[in-house]
Design a protein around this ligand. Structure first.
Ligand code: C2E
Ligand code: MG
Ligand code: MG
Ligand code: MG
Length: 314
C-alpha cells in the first residue's frame, strides 16, 4: 500500500507505524468527547453506474478533525471506536448526516430539473438524469434519488437499536428505504446465525439495500451467500488491482467473472472498489460489473462537490 501514500491526505498508507507514532491512548481518551465537540465530518465518494457513467449514489466516509493530530482517516479511529463502543453513537450520527445529505441532494436535483423543464432548456441542463426529453413536472419526478451508502461496524450490527434507529432516521428525513444502502463486511457476518441476521433481514424487507463490503477478502463462503439478506456485492479492491497488470492476472479475471455470474444469478448487483485507471474501468465493465467506485472517477470529497457534480457525467 506504500504506493497509495502520495495521494492520500489521511496518511493511511502505514496505519501501524502511524498509530504507534501518535499515542493511541490520547486518541482513545479524546474519542468519547469528539462527537459532542463536532470533530467528525463526512466525505462522499460517488458510485458510478458503469453502463452509462452516471452517478448512482455515494458512499459516506467518516473523518476526524483532531485538534492536535489533524485529519485522521477511519482506519485510525474506527477500530478504537468499535473497541470502546463509541461506534454506536458515532455510527448513528453518520447515518443521520448521510441520510439528510442525500435528501438535500435529491431536493436540489428535483428543483434543478423543474427549473430546466420550465425554462425549456431541458436538453442542456437535464444532463444528470438523462431524461432531458421530458417536460413539465414529470421531469423532476423522474429523478431517482441518489442512493447513500453507510458503513456499519460489527458492533452496530449486533446492537438492539439498529432497526429502530435506522427506521427513525429514514422517517425523520422522509427518505425511501431503498435510497439507503448499509455496507457490512462479509467477515462481520461470518458464522452469524439466523438470529443474528434478523435485524439485517428486517431492514432488507423494509427495502433498505444491503451491500457486502470488501467481498472476497475474508473466508468467502459462497454457499453462505444465498442465506444473507444482501442486495449487492462490493468486490474488494485487491481484485481491481490484479486487473491493472498487462496482461491482467488471469486468476483475478476468472474470479471476477465467476463472482459476477454467480451474483447476478442470485439477483445481486456487483460494485467494484478501488478503480484507479481507465484500463481497470473498461475491463470491469466488460466483465459485467454494475457499479464502480474509485479515484479514477473521483476521490472522496465534501458534499458540496456533489451539489455541483452530480449532474456531471464523469
Ligand atoms: P471501505 O468501506 O471499504 O471504503 C473504501 C475505502 O477505499 C475508503 O477508505 C476510500 O477512501 C478508499 N478508496 C476509494 N477509492 C479508492 C481507490 O481508487 N484507491 C484506493 N487505494 N483507495 C480507494 P477510507 O475512507 O480511508 O475508509 C476506510 C474504511 O473505514 C472503510 O473501508 C470502512 O470500512 C471504514 N469506514 C469509513 N467510514 C466509516 C463509518 O462511518 N463507519 C464505519 N463503521 N466504518 C467506516
Ligand atoms: Mg464501505
Ligand atoms: Mg469496501
Ligand atoms: Mg475496504
Amino acid at each position: 500500500r506504500a504506493k497509495d501514500a502520495g495521494g492520500n491526505r489521511y496518511e493511511l498508507a502505514d496505519p501501524d507505524s502511524d498509530a504507534r507514532a501518535i499515542d493511541r491512548h490520547s486518541l482513545t481518551t479524546r474519542l468519547p468527547t469528539a462527537l459532542e465537540r463536532d470533530e467528525f465530518f463526512l466525505e462522499y465518494q460517488p458510485l458510478i453506474r458503469m453502463s452509462d457513467g452516471h452517478v448512482d449514489g455515494a458512499e459516506a466516509l467518516v473523518r476526524w478533525k483532531h485538534p492536535v493530530h489533524g485529519l485522521l482517516g477511519p482506519d485510525r479511529f474506527i477500530p478504537l471506536a468499535e473497541h470502546t463502543g463509541l461506534i454506536v453513537p458515532l455510527g448513528r450520527w453518520v447515518m443521520e448526516q448521510a441520510v439528510r445529505q442525500a435528501c438535500a441532494w435529491h431536493e436540489e436535483r428535483s428543483a434543478e430539473a423543474k427549473a430546466a423543464a420550465k425554462g425549456g432548456r431541458g436538453a442542456k441542463n437535464g444532463k444528470g438524469g438523462g431524461k432531458s426529453g421530458k417536460s413539465g413536472k414529470g421531469a423532476s419526478e423522474d429523478y431517482r434519488p441518489l442512493r447513500v451508502n453507510v458503513n456499519l461496524s460489527p458492533r452496530q450490527l449486533h446492537h438492539p437499536d439498529l432497526v429502530p434507529d435506522t427506521v427513525a432516521v429514514l422517517e425523520g428525513a422522509g427518505m425511501e428505504p431503498s435510497s439507503l444502502c448499509l455496507e457490512v463486511t462479509e467477515s462481520a457476518l461470518i458464522g452469524a446465525d439466523e438470529d443474528e441476521l434478523k435485524p439485517l433481514r428486517q431492514l432488507a424487507e423494509l427495502g433498505v439495500e444491503i451491500a457486502l463490503d470488501d467481498f472476497g477478502t475474508g473466508y468467502s463462503n459462497l454457499a453462505n451467500l444465498r442465506r444473507l439478506p444482501a442486495t449487492t456485492l462490493k468486490l474488494d479492491r485487491s481484485f481491481t488491482q490484479g486487473l491493472q497488470q498487462h496482461p491482467a492476472d488471469p486468476a483475478d479475471v476468472t474470479f471476477v467473472e465467476g463472482i459476477v455470474t454467480l451474483a447476478h444469478a442470485l439477483g445481486l448487483a456487483v460494485t467494484v472498489e478501488g478503480v484507479e485507471t481507465e484500463h481497470q474501468a473498461s475491463k470491469l465493465r466488460d466483465l459485467g460489473c454494475d457499479t464502480a467506485q474509485g479515484w479514477y472517477y473521483a476521490r472522496p470529497g465534501p458534499a458540496s462537490t456533489f451539489q455541483k457534480g452530480f449532474a456531471v457525467t464523469l
